[in-house]
Design a binder for this molecule. Structure first.
Ligand code: SAH
Ligand code: SF4
Ligand code: F3S
Length: 473
């Protein structure tokens, strides 16, 4: 395209792009891929918007607060853009992500300083959209759904940054929980094909990556396409369990994680893989949202509290030490004190290693927003505080139980203090240790000696001279 060529001729690094990201890990993945896509066009990613030629806000629509943050940021950027233009320079503002998908043209109506609005399935068209914005001046709006094109284009030539990375394998959701915007912002469930995933992970491994976290809004709904002819499987479709076992064979990849899973898609194959595949880490984020069947039904979760508890039992039977994590919503319409108590009871029974919990936020266009018996804000606040106290205690209990154990820790980077490195335990806990820099990027056995608010402290085993005993698993 001629427009793109104009940009292609720009010397490397001559333009600056500032990307601000809110929301889930998939947004983080998408932002990194957007930066990668812009690099060949001469854009260098910068950490502050000050002298950026292009600002991309990668947004989240999940709760009202998340969406409102975008408009506050746009307010700040408006004055900045004006000042830049007064100096005779240009600055384009783009709104990407789930707010862009949900609100589309309303964004430019409310914030005319915005030049481009595009949803999560349009990122691969970014170069073309920038060219169009430069040429046509008016706003550019792209909110179609073509997930597969996005998968194919975004990961090409990806550079590994550090030793652990996200890889998207599935996007979208067909579950339609009545509180949630994701099916509307990310579209229907689409699984990425095995070969594309494998080549992205292989390429990252070749650059020194040790750990991969497979991402999807419903990651365990991932499945391969039905076999055609002599395709790579030949034995029927694969689920996430088979995919993990397959990726575990890639040299250099020592750890595999995946998130977020849905209780309804937790099949036997995946549970067996969690028990048998050593490279699959013993951590599972499996949101339940609430404990009372009445609330779960109104949420359209498709499972009861009892079903979830039985599922956890099966998972623990396969992998007894697994760290469980979850998401909770308090104050969904119709939740009385009795129903809320059922959530606390479920948490007491499951015992989580970590968790996220939120007050129900009424999202426009979702069935929950129109339901009767909305819960008052102060009641939500009080319930959230009670739930969070319980979850906090459970997290501390889980962390404390690691003291005295020897855990394999992937040391990822230097810590804030002199001589300190930071890494992750198999259970995804942060671990701080005094250790030599050359151990960054290695999986090292550490003795866990203490806990802090959000992390563990460890030490290299005493008899290991300079980490000579380090066990690279
Ligand atoms: N796909 C994942 C998570 C999607 S969003 C899943 O099915 O679990 C992440 C979390 O945000 C949800 O698990 C839920 O706990 C929370 N959430 C979603 N919509 C919400 C709303 N309207 N109000 C409050 N929390 C919400
Ligand atoms: Fe939202 Fe439910 Fe889909 Fe998760 S499963 S993304 S909570 S609709
Ligand atoms: Fe938010 Fe969209 Fe992720 S709404 S949580 S950024 S899928």
């Amino acid at each position: 395209m001629t427009e793109t060529k104009t940009i292609d001729e720009t010397p490397q690094g001559a333009r600056k792009v500032y990307i601000k990201t809110w929301g889930c890990q998939m947004n983080v993945y998408d932002s990194e891929r957007m930066a990668g896509l812009l690099q060949p066009l001469g854009y260098k990613a910068v950490d502050v918007p000050d002298d950026a030629d292009l600002v991309i806000l990668n947004t989240c629509h999940i709760r009202e607060k998340a969406a409102e943050k975008v408009y506050s940021e746009l307010g700040r950027l408006k004055a900045h853009k004006q000042a830049v233009e007064d100096q005779g320079r240009e600055m384009k503002i783009a709104v990407a992500g789930c707010v862009a998908q949900a609100e589309g043209g309303e964004i430019t109506a409310r914030a005319p300083q915005v030049d481009l609005v595009f949803g999560p399935q349009a990122y691969h068209k970014l170069p073309e959209m920038i060219a169009r914005a430069a040429r046509d001046k008016g706003e550019v709006l792209e909110t179609g759904f073509e997930v597969e094109d996005k998968f194919d284009t975004l990961a090409v030539g990806r550079k590994a940054d550090g030793y652990s990375a996200f890889v998207t394998i599935q996007e979208g959701c067909d579950k339609f929980c009545t509180f949630c915007v994701v099916p509307y912002t990310r579209g229907a469930e689409v699984s990425r094909n095995v070969d594309a995933i494998t080549s992205e992970v292989r390429a990252l491994a070749a650059q020194g990556l040790r750990e991969v976290t497979l991402l999807g809004q419903n990651v365990n709904a991932w499945h391969s396409a039905p076999p055609v002819g002599d395709d790579h499987m030949g034995k029927g479709t694969w689920g996430l369990g088979e995919l993990c076992r397959h990726l575990a064979k890639i040299d250099g990849i020592e750890r595999i994680r995946f998130t977020t899973s849905h209780p309804r898609d937790m099949d036997d194959g995946l549970i067996a893989a969690l028990g048998e595949e050593e490279k699959l880490m013993p951590y599972l984020h499996l949101p339940v949202q609430a404990g009372a069947d009445k609330v779960l039904k109104a949420m359209n979760r498709g499972h009861t509290g009892e079903h979830y508890i039985r599922l956890i039992e099966r998972i623990r039977k396969a992998r007894p030490d697994i760290a469980l994590s979850g998401d909770f919503i308090v104050g969904f319409p119709g939740e009385g004190e009795k129903e809320f108590q059922a959530t606390l009871d479920l948490v007491e029974e499951v015992k989580y290693g970590s968790a996220f919990s939120f007050k129900y936020s009424r999202r426009p266009g979702t069935p929950g927003a129109g339901m009767a018996k909305q819960v008052a804000e102060d009641v939500k606040t009080e319930r959230l505080a009670r739930l969070q106290r319980l979850l906090e205690d459970q997290k501390n209990d889980f962390n404390r139980a690691q003291i005295g154990r020897r855990l394999a820790v992937l040391l990822e980077k230097k810590g804030r203090n002199e001589g300190q490195l930071v890494g992750r335990s198999p259970y995804l806990q942060s671990v701080h240790v005094l250790a030599p820099d050359h151990l960054v990027g290695r999986i090292v056995e550490l003795d866990i000696t203490g806990i802090k608010a959000n992390s563990l402290t460890g030490s290299l085993p005493v008899h290991s001279a300079q980490g000579a005993e380090e066990k690279v698993s």
